[in-house]
Write a protein that binds this ligand. Structure first.
Ligand code: LMR
Length: 404
C-alpha cells in the first residue's frame, strides 16, 4: 500500500524557514518569508493586538462555542468596510457576500473553489496569474481544477511593470477570463501599477467582461495607509468590474498563526448575493465547518473601535516605515559605500514587504550557501528581515555575489 505515493518536493518558502532555523551560524539572516520582524529580528506582536487580547481575556462572557459557518459577523462586516470603504455602495445595497476564511490562503482557496463550481467559464477553466506571482497561487488553483496561465507583469529589464505586455495579454485573453490581481504591494516583485495604469486595466477588464480575483494580503504595507492601499479595489468596485477579494490579516495585524481572513464577493444584486452566500456556506461547511474564533475576535475589536483602529494605523506605520528605512539604507550602502555594479534604484522604488533584487537563481542560492543569507531562488528578499544590525553584512554579501 502507498507505493503509488510519490515524494513531493518541500514547499519552497517554508523549506527556507526550516533551513534558517536549523542553521547554527550566529550571523545567519532570514530574508525568505514575508513576515515582519522588528529591528532585533524578533516577531512583533502589535501593541494594539496585545490590548485587544487583554480585553478578550477580561471578558467574562467569552466562551468557546462554534462561530457560524460563514464566521463572526462583526468581524466580516468590518473587514468588508476596511477594503471596500465605509461608504461602499455595494455594501449598503446588500451586494457584498463576506465569509470568514483561514487567512488569505483560505480565502484564495474558497474563492477559487466557488469559481470552479459556479463561474461560467468561456471555454477552458483557467485563471490568469501575474508572471511572477506568489508561488502558492499555482497550487491553490490547480487544487480546484482551474489551470493557471501566466500574463506578463514584470519587466526584468526595467525591474518595473511590463505594462504593454500586461495590457495586450488582457486584451487578447478570451472574454470573461478570470484575472488574478494583487491589490497592492505585489508579491514577489514589490511593483504595483500606478493609478492611471489601474484605470486602464479596469477599462480593459470591463470591455472584455473579465473577472477580477483580487488578492489583498498587504493592505497598509504599500504606503503605510490602509485607505490608500485599498484604492485599486475600490476603484474597480466603483466601476462595476465583477470581482472578489481575498483578504488576509496575517501581515498587517501580525496575526500570522491565527489564520484570520475573509473572502468578499461583490454580486450584481442582493438576490444574487443571497444565493452566492448560501453556496459559499455549503462549501465552507464541508471543508472546515466554521472558522476559528480568536483572531476574528481580536480583529473585530480593533476594526469596530475607533480608538483601537487609530492605534492599529500607527502600528502599521511603524512596520511600513521601518521597511522603507531599510530600503533607503540598503540602497545607500550598495551605491555609496560598496559601489556595487548595476542600478539599485528599484530597491527604493519597490514597495511593500518585498524587494525583487534582480539576483538570479545561482546568486540567490550562493547567498544561502556561502553567506547564510536565506532568500527565495527568484531573488526576492523580505525587507522585514533586514535590520540595523545585519544590513551592512547583507549589503557586503550582495556586493560580493554581484561581482561574482
Ligand atoms: C510569503 O510569500 O512569503 C508569504 O505569503 C508566506 C507564505 O505563505 O508563502
Amino acid at each position: 500500500i502507498w507505493d503509488n505515493v510519490p515524494l513531493a518536493p518541500p514547499d519552497s518558502i517554508f523549506n527556507l524557514i526550516a533551513a534558517y532555523a536549523a542553521d547554527p551560524t550566529p550571523h545567519k539572516v532570514n530574508l525568505s518569508v514575508g513576515a515582519y520582524r522588528d529591528d532585533d529580528n524578533k516577531p512583533w506582536v502589535l501593541p494594539v493586538v496585545k490590548k485587544a487580547t487583554q480585553i478578550l481575556l477580561n471578558d467574562p462572557t467569552l466562551d468557546h462555542e462554534y462561530l457560524s459557518i460563514i464566521g463572526f459577523p462583526a468581524f466580516t462586516s468590518a473587514a468588508a468596510k476596511l477594503i471596500l470603504g465605509p461608504d461602499s455602495p455595494a455594501i449598503t445595497e446588500g451586494r457584498v457576500v463576506s465569509v470568514q476564511t483561514i487567512s488569505g490562503t483560505g480565502a484564495n482557496h474558497l474563492g477559487a473553489l466557488f469559481l470552479s463550481r459556479f463561474y461560467q467559464f468561456n471555454g477552458t477553466k483557467q485563471v490568469y496569474l501575474t508572471k511572477p506571482t506568489w508561488v502558492n497561487h499555482y497550487a491553490v488553483f490547480k487544487n480546484v481544477d482551474i489551470a493557471p496561465v501566466e500574463y506578463p507583469y514584470f519587466d526584468p529589464r526595467t525591474l518595473g511593470v511590463d505594462f504593454d505586455g500586461l495590457k495586450s495579454a488582457l486584451e487578447n485573453a478570451p472574454t470573461r477570463s478570470i484575472i488574478l490581481l494583487h491589490a497592492c504591494a505585489h508579491n514577489p516583485t514589490g511593483v504595483d501599477p500606478n493609478r492611471e495604469q489601474w484605470e486602464e486595466i479596469a477599462k480593459i477588464m470591463l470591455s472584455k467582461g473579465h473577472f477580477a480575483f483580487f488578492d489583498s494580503a498587504y493592505q497598509g504595507f504599500a504606503s503605510g495607509d490602509l485607505n490608500n492601499d485599498a484604492w485599486a479595489v475600490r476603484y474597480f468596485a466603483d466601476k462595476g468590474v465583477p470581482l472578489l477579494i481575498c483578504q488576509s490579516f496575517a501581515k498587517n495585524a501580525g496575526l500570522y498563526g491565527e489564520r484570520v481572513g475573509a473572502l468578499h464577493v461583490i454580486a450584481p444584486s442582493s438576490d444574487a448575493a443571497k444565493r452566492i452566500r448560501s453556496q459559499l456556506s455549503v462549501l465552507q461547511r464541508s471543508e472546515i465547518s466554521n472558522p476559528p474564533a480568536h483572531g476574528a475576535r481580536i480583529m473585530s475589536l480593533i476594526l469596530n473601535d475607533p480608538k483601537l483602529s487609530e492605534e492599529w494605523d500607527q502600528d502599521i506605520k511603524t512596520m511600513a516605515y521601518r521597511i522603507i528605512a531599510m530600503r533607503e539604507q540598503l540602497y545607500k550602502l550598495l551605491t555609496e559605500e560598496f559601489k556595487t555594479p548595476g542600478n539599485w534604484e528599484h530597491i527604493i522604488k519597490q514597495i511593500g514587504m518585498f524587494s525583487f533584487t534582480g539576483l538570479n537563481q545561482q546568486q540567490s542560492l550562493a547567498l544561502g550557501e556561502k553567506a547564510h543569507i536565506y532568500l527565495t531562488n527568484n531573488g526576492r528578499i523580505s525587507m522585514a528581515g533586514l535590520n540595523t544590525h545585519n544590513i551592512r553584512y547583507v549589503a557586503e554579501c550582495l556586493d560580493k555575489v554581484v561581482r561574482g
